[in-house]
Write a protein that binds this ligand. Sequence first.
Ligand code: ZN
Length: 165
Amino acid sequence: MIGWCLWTANNQLMPGNYDMEHDVLKMLAAYRDGQMSREDFIRWFDTQKATLSTQLPRSSFLQLRYASAYVAATALAKVLPACTNCSTICPQHTFSSWQEYKQCEGRVDHAEAVGTLLRMSPPAWAVDIPKGGGADGYYRCAKCGAVWGIVRPERQENGSWRRLA
Ligand SMILES: [Zn+2]
């Protein structure tokens, strides 16, 4: 899980061999996985500020520390790598048709049936999601812990499959 990316000056993720300190990734993952409250995470964050400011893109650093728990979760989705088990189920996108939704839903159902994805109740931070922006189904990758959400198309909304944390 280390040595997987490189932050460029403008905060874009690039393939490369940047080493983010293993302990930092472990703590970020522990927080994402619910092993630490937001308060405890912020307390830890503040003790590591100097290190974290050099290891995280500025936008992620600020979101993890000062934004709502939901926005912090979206920052985690950018900072923590997802494994190929979950990232290859269905491309992250907004569906362009009902058929596309059904196709993705079928793959997600299959991934759940074989144990690749674990269906979960909405994470605590889901209460911070702007109204109408929540997912209809939340899943955790059994291997890497990444959190994914599927949104069913409804009225003008097309629905989507996205990594949430
Ligand atoms: Zn995964």
